[in-house]
Design a binder for this molecule. Structure first.
Ligand SMILES: NC(=O)c1ccc[n+]([C@@H]2O[C@H](COP(=O)([O-])OP(=O)(O)OC[C@H]3O[C@@H](n4cnc5c(N)ncnc54)[C@H](O)[C@@H]3O)[C@@H](O)[C@H]2O)c1
Length: 252
C-alpha cells in the first residue's frame, strides 16, 4: 500500500493552512478530499487538480452530524480508500479584530465554537473509525493551537477551551486506535499567516511577533510539512503526541 491507495480528507481546506495541507498531501501522492463550508473549496480542489494531482471537493459543515454521516455515500470508493484525516477546520470569532471577554460571550457563540472546533473532529473521526480499522492503517491529525497550552490575549476563552479539549480527545482516541495501526496526533501552531490571523488587529499581531524567537509568523506550508510527516509511514511510532509549530513562542 502506498499513498495512492490512501485517500486524505482535509477539513477547512478551502484556504489557509488547510489548503496548504491538501496541496502538500496531494504532492506526496495522496488522492485528497477537500471539505469546507465555503463553496470556493471547489476552486481550491480544481487548482490542485490543475497541478496534476487527484483532488475532489465536498462542501459541508463539520459540525453537522447528518452531513458528516453522509460522507461515505458522497465519496463512494474514495471513502473506502480513506487513510488520512486532518481535522483542520476551525473558527476564532472576533469583534472588530478583538476577542470578547468571557463576561460578554453569548451562549450561541460559545456553542458554535465548541461545535466546529471540537464536536466536528469528534463526528468525522467517529464516522471514519470503522473504515480505518478495517484497513489496519490510518492517520488522524487534529489541528489544535498554542492557545491550548497557554492563555491568549488574542483568542476568546472558547477557542482555548475547544483546542485543549481537542488535544484531550486526541489522546483518548490514540489509546483506542493504537492496536489497529491508526495513529492520532495533534499539531499546535503558533501564529501562522492566514485569513484567521488577518482578522486580528495589526497591533495584536505585531506584539505577538515580537515574542516569537524566530522573529516572524509561520507560513501555512510550514504547518503542512509537519502534517505530511505525521501522515507518513515514518511516523508510525508517534501517537498521542502534540507537535508545536510556533517558531519557539511556545516551549513546553
Ligand atoms: N493561523 C493561525 O495562526 C492558527 C494558529 C493556531 C491554530 N490554527 C488553526 O488552524 C486551522 C486553520 O486555520 P487558518 O488559520 O487556516 O484559518 P482560516 O480561517 O483561514 O481557515 C479555516 C477554514 O475552515 C473553514 N471552516 C470554518 N468552519 C467550518 C465548518 N463548520 N465546516 C467546514 N469548514 C469550516 C473555513 O471556511 C476556512 O476555509 C484552524 O483550526 C485554526 O484554529 C490557526
Amino acid at each position: 500500500m502506498d499513498n495512492r491507495d490512501r485517500v486524505a480528507l482535509v477539513t477547512g481546506a478551502a484556504r489557509g493552512i488547510g489548503a496548504s495541507i491538501a496541496r502538500k498531501l496531494a504532492s506526496v501522492g495522496h488522492p485528497v478530499v477537500l471539505a469546507d463550508v465555503l463553496a470556493s473549496v471547489e476552486d481550491t480542489a480544481a487548482a490542485i487538480r490543475a497541478e496534476g494531482y487527484q483532488a475532489q471537493a465536498v462542501q459541508l459543515d463539520v459540525s453537522d452530524e447528518a452531513s458528516v454521516a453522509d460522507l461515505p455515500q458522497r465519496l463512494g470508493g474514495w471513502w473506502s480508500d480513506l487513510g488520512v484525516i486532518v481535522n483542520n477546520a476551525g473558527i476564532s470569532p472576533k469583534v472588530e479584530g478583538r476577542k470578547r471577554l468571557v463576561e460578554d460571550i453569548p451562549l450561541d457563540e460559545w456553542q458554535r465554537v465548541i461545535s466546529v472546533n471540537l464536536t466536528g473532529p469528534f463526528l468525522l473521526s467517529r464516522r471514519a473509525i470503522p473504515a480505518l480499522k478495517r484497513r489496519r492503517w490510518g492517520r488522524i491529525v487534529m489541528m489544535t493551537s498554542q492557545a491550548a497550552h497557554t492563555p491568549s490575549s488574542i483568542t476568546g476563552a472558547y477557542y482555548g477551551a475547544s483546542k485543549s479539549g481537542l488535544m484531550g480527545f486526541a489522546r483518548t482516541l490514540a489509546l483506542e486506535l493504537g492496536p489497529f495501526g491508526v495513529t492520532v496526533n495533534s499539531v499546535a501552531p503558533g501564529r501562522i499567516k492566514s485569513e484567521m490571523v488577518a482578522g486580528s488587529t495589526q497591533a495584536a499581531n505585531e506584539a505577538f511577533v515580537a515574542s516569537i524567537p524566530v522573529g516572524r509568523m509561520g507560513e501555512p506550508n510550514e504547518v503542512a510539512e509537519v502534517v505530511s510527516f505525521l501522515a507518513s509511514d515514518a511516523a508510525a511510532y508517534l501517537t498521542g503526541a502534540t507537535l508545536d509549530v510556533t517558531g519557539g513562542s511556545y516551549m513546553p
